[in-house]
Design a protein around this ligand. Structure first.
Ligand code: C2E
Ligand code: MG
Ligand code: MG
Ligand code: MG
Length: 295
């Protein structure tokens, strides 16, 4: 078996369970200042191959280092950012900083660096007239190959896109890939797959964590249906929220190729993911260049 890194102590705090819900609600100006003064930062959660544990990608997840409440998870301030429009400057910071870091990893670690970077985006950002332009400029600035960026949009939020689906088309024309996050939790999943240009689905962790009953009885696993759907539609599928080796093995046997979750690693600051790359250089059995191919 593969020995996965487990981060404890300080890292579990960055995992975000202790969130102060709605912190800063009364003071959107605090968030504005936090964005401007660098108190918002990114952590990265590895996405690994279920076949061999290889690092195939990473997801950028934003945090706010609040002067009073400490490090806040996104659920404590993204809703505020979306209500106030601050999600636009916040999202620009996220995209730009993620691209900067990704380019730096690539330059220093080559094949050991993540092949793709997943970045979360809100519908509000996609409705900005120049969003695709901003993305194109930022990728050029950091010399990042658009084909190595996956933009994640939450399935339930994608329903609200309307005319902004045209922005997804523009982004895809630039070469980026689009992922439906928390997949399976929306109420119009098939409608959405039909209406939205999509390349990837991320199985919501509520289904990841119940891939099948050990006896094979009871409710049929949604995880099995989703991988079949993804294969039929030629979509990449990632299982989110894998917490046990049993879940990882079941998902692998269902046909999932990649996954993320606390079983493999928690979201960690960039420097710690850099260590992971140094410690886990590609195995000799890995064919040359395979780390650079799409998952
Ligand atoms: P998400 O995109 O679905 O990200 C996965 C969330 O699940 C992360 O929470 C991650 O820490 C957590 N997670 C990962 N593995 C496991 C596991 O094995 N078990 C459990 N219980 N949880 C796991 P996080 O970082 O608190 O982010 C929450 C949500 O906030 C994200 O869900 C995403 O929708 C949103 N978000 C994060 N960063 C950004 C951003 O930069 N922009 C936007 N618009 N939204 C963001
Ligand atoms: Mg996500
Ligand atoms: Mg998700
Ligand atoms: Mg989520």
């Amino acid at each position: 078996g593969t020995a996965y890194l487990h981060y404890d102590c300080a890292m579990s705090e960055l995992g975000g369970e202790k969130g102060v819900a709605g912190a800063g609600d009364d003071h959107p100006s605090q968030l504005r200042e936090a964005i401007d003064s660098g108190r918002c930062f990114l952590v990265y959660q590895p996405i690994v191959s279920l076949d061999d544990g290889r690092l195939v990608g990473a997801e950028a997840l934003v945090r706010w280092d609040h002067p009073v409440h400490g490090v806040l998870p996104p659920d404590a301030f993204i809703p505020l950012a979306e209500r106030t429009g601050l999600i636009v400057p916040l999202g620009r910071f996220v995209f730009a900083d993620a691209c900067r870091q990704f380019a730096a990893w690539d330059a220093r670690h080559g094949a050991a660096a993540p092949a793709v970077l997943n970045i979360n985006v809100s519908p509000r950002e996609l409705r900005e007239a120049d969003y695709a332009g901003f993305v194109a400029e930022t990728l050029t600035l950091h010399a990042v190959d658009p084909a190595r960026i996956v933009l994640e949009i939450t399935e339930s939020m994608a329903l609200t896109l309307g005319p902004a689906t045209a922005t997804l088309e523009r982004l895809r024309a630039l070469g980026l890939r689009i992922s439906l996050d928390d997949f399976g939790t929306g109420s119009s999943t098939l409608r959405l797959l039909h209406d939205c240009p999509v390349d990837e689905v991320k199985l919501d962790r509520s289904f990841t964590q119940a891939p099948a009953s050990p006896s094979g009885e009871g409710r049929p696993p949604v995880a099995a249906a989703v991988i079949q759907l993804a294969q039929a539609l030629r979509l990449h599928a990632v299982a989110e929220g894998v917490e046990t080796p049993e879940q990882a093995e079941q998902l692998r046997s269902l046909g999932y190729r990649s996954a993320q979750g606390y079983h493999f690693a928690r979201p960690v600051p960039a420097a710690q993911l850099t260590e992971w790359m140094t410690d886990r250089a590609p195995r000799p059995t890995t064919s040359p260049g395979s780390a650079a191919t799409a998952p």
